[in-house]
Design a protein around this ligand. Structure first.
Ligand code: TXA
Ligand code: MG
Length: 342
């Protein structure tokens, strides 16, 4: 299959992309979190094509992307809690799990009786959904097991020849996947995946938030996460990532010691610039600049994969505050839960 690559898509390009989706094809498109790989969420075989193109296990359900929160009524049983979240954060980087209606094929939801619903804010994503006139099922546009794509170049690396079209809308604004919430009752929610809508923002808005164990801890064999995707060792670069848990000084001292190892690479905060010598240091932004860190993380993990001489990557243990929790969760998974207390 030849993959068409469209830079800065205009209305006529988005219209063509929408036609492809209506006919059961696959189009990668930008969202404000990461790029999505879209297909009609009403077409059983189109959803199956997504799993094939990604090499994704078919028990890992897809998120459906809608033009407005009100559209959720057509595909799911909504609730007061859903509309409260929608009013505050939609369109935007949040996904809500709801009981599904029959119209959504079970191939989309990996056989679950719930469906994940999201209303993206990205202009191209919104227009694509509007013009297609149907819900778009879209996982992140990476090959299964690779970091999510935050640029169209990443998608080209993973998906060239496997999908119909790539809409290049520039680098994804946020850089990590959406926050996933499971409504519990009117004002309480369970956080299944941390993202740009933070625990602090939800608490501030009056929600009681509990954090699913899979966000911060490795589950034991046989334990099932509420978001099936959280069980996979996603975002894993080829090299072993080791998170260093200790004071800034201790982390720097440990990294300096390892700097002479031939296969060692480092992810560092900007504050540590100049503290040791190595040509394999990737700066991820200021220690508290979580937005910048979120924007850079997946690109850095991909760059690490390009360097076959790197066998070990050392990174400071991220903070769990605000968006830090999302970075912590992704890096912890990238490391396969390998934490060194120093
Ligand atoms: O930001 C995002 O959410 C991006 C963009 C493209 O929208 N999409 C994304 O999709 O990250 P994906 O497929 O890579 O991750 C979806 C996550 C998986 O962990 C999956 O298990 C979970 O959502 N999920 C989907 N449907 C679910 C459901 N019904 N119940 C629980 N978890 C669900
Ligand atoms: Mg994904």
């Amino acid at each position: 299959m030849k993959t068409e690559f469209i830079k800065n898509p205009q209305e006529s390009d988005i219209l063509r992309a929408a036609e492809i989706i209506k006919k059961g094809g696959l189009v990668a498109f930008p969202t404000e979190t990461v790029y999505g790989l879209g297909a009609s969420a009403l077409d059983e075989s189109a959803a199956e094509k997504i799993y094939r193109a990604k090499g994704r296990p078919s028990d890992n359900p897809l998120i459906i992307h809608l033009a407005t929160a009100e559209d959720a009524e057509k595909y799911a049983n909504t609730s007061e809690c859903f509309y409260k979240i929608a009013k505050l954060f939609m369109p935007g980087p949040v996904t809500v799990i709801l009981p599904k209606k029959k119209i959504i094929p079970s191939s989309v939801t990996g056989g679950l009786d719930t469906v994940a619903v999201r209303v993206p804010s990205n202009r191209i994503a919104r227009r694509l959904i509007e013009l297609a006139g149907l819900p778009i099922a879209a996982p992140s546009a990476n090959l299964s097991g690779r970091p999510s794509c935050t640029t169209a170049a990443h998608i080209k690396e993973d998906m060239n020849g496997r999908i119909d079209m790539i809409l290049d809308g520039g680098s994804a604004e946020f850089g990590l996947e959406s926050t996933i919430l499971l409504p519990i009752d009117k004002k309480s929610v369970k956080l299944l995946r941390p993202g740009a809508v933070t625990v602090e923002m939800l608490t501030e808005a009056g929600f009681e938030v509990s954090i699913d164990k899979a966000v911060t801890q490795k589950l034991s064999d046989g334990e099932k996460p509420l978001a099936p995707g959280m069980k996979y060792r996603h975002y894993a670069p080829k090299a072993q990532v080791i998170l260093l848990n200790g004071s800034r000084e201790a982390v720097m001292a440990y990294m300096s010691l390892k700097a002479t190892d031939k296969g060692a690479a480092f992810i560092c905060y900007d504050e540590s610039k100049g503290s040791f010598n190595s040509d394999k240091v990737f700066y991820i932004g200021g220690e508290k600049d979580f937005s910048y860190q979120a924007h850079e993380l997946f690109s850095i993990l991909r760059k690490l994969d390009e360097d076959s001489n790197v066998d070990t990557v050392y990174a400071p243990m991220p903070s769990k505050e605000d968006v830090g929790l999302a970075i912590y969760n992704r890096l912890l998974k990238a490391s396969g839960y390998t934490v060194l207390n120093i």
